[in-house]
Design a protein around this ligand. Structure first.
Ligand code: RET
Length: 238
């Protein structure tokens, strides 16, 4: 059953990547970077789902299967998701490199401490790193909610609408990851490994494909986003 969900994940992410590349061929002027970032996100996920399916990034830790491939996937794809959000929210990303860098550092720290928690055989260390990682996530999502939301207010209405939907989607979905982790084999093992794989698959599909679909099919918002070449070019002309 587990292999079935992982295979389904691999195929879904391959399909999404092909679709996003197709959408890129019709990208409004100056918005290609959103399509590239998002296709890389699903492409990387497809690759790591494949490695989890074949067992290349899975290992046995004291009788439980630990899919460390997830964490390699997340450490690459979550910063890219944040980059998509930031480029949508910020009227001028060049003036906000500090904020974007800060969000990404915090995010990488969250995933790496999550990996420390997941691979640990000591219950104390698992709990300790889980708490550290969760605190990093709360600070990160708080920054998204405060800093990015307020920056987005200076964006045109269409951009604000898509940004709000995507940022709320991010805040809600990301908060569910530690809960699935706690329920699963790394945590209290209330859920079997198969159920855990299934739940993470649903979250990954919504957080990457759902997110990407909402972003890339909103052509109107994309072409007005401040981080986009089109907007940057027109502001240069003005
Ligand atoms: C872990 C366990 C330790 C505590 C926390 C976690 C958070 C993980 C998150 C992952 C997000 C992944 C996404 C993937 C791609 O779409 C590592 C599960 C806080 C927030 C969005």
């Amino acid at each position: 059953m587990e292999t079935l969900w992982l295979t389904l994940g691999t195929l879904s992410f391959i399909a999404a990547t092909v679709f996003f590349i197709f959408l890129m061929t019709r990208a409004p002027a100056g918005t290609r970077h959103f399509f590239i970032i998002t296709a890389v996100i699903t492409g990387v996920a497809a690759f790591f789902y494949l490695t989890m399916t074949t067992g290349a990034t899975a290992t046995n830790i004291e009788g439980r299967i630990f899919y460390f491939g997830r964490y390699i996937d997340w450490v690459v794809t979550t910063p890219l998701l944040l980059l998509d959000l930031a480029l949508l929210a910020l009227p001028n990303w060049r003036r906000n490199v500090g904020l974007i860098g800060g969000l990404i550092v915090l995010d990488v720290f969250m995933i790496l401490t999550g990996l420390l928690a997941g691979q640990s055989t000591s219950e104390f260390a698992r709990g300790f790193w889980f708490i550290v990682s969760t605190i990093a996530m709360i600070v990160l999502l708080y920054l998204v909610y405060t800093q990015l939301f307020s920056s987005a207010q200076s964006q045109p209405g269409s951009v604000q609408g898509v940004f709000r939907t995507l940022a709320l989607l991010t805040i809600v979905l990301w908060s569910l990851y530690p809960i699935v982790w706690l329920l699963g084999t790394e945590g209290f093992a209330v859920a079997t490994s198969t159920v855990e794989v299934f739940l993470f698959l649903i979250l990954d599909i919504l957080a990457k494909i759902g997110f990407g679909f909402l972003l890339l099919t909103n052509r109107e918002a994309l072409s007005h986003a401040g981080g986009s070449g089109a907007a940057a070019q027109s502001s240069r002309v003005n």
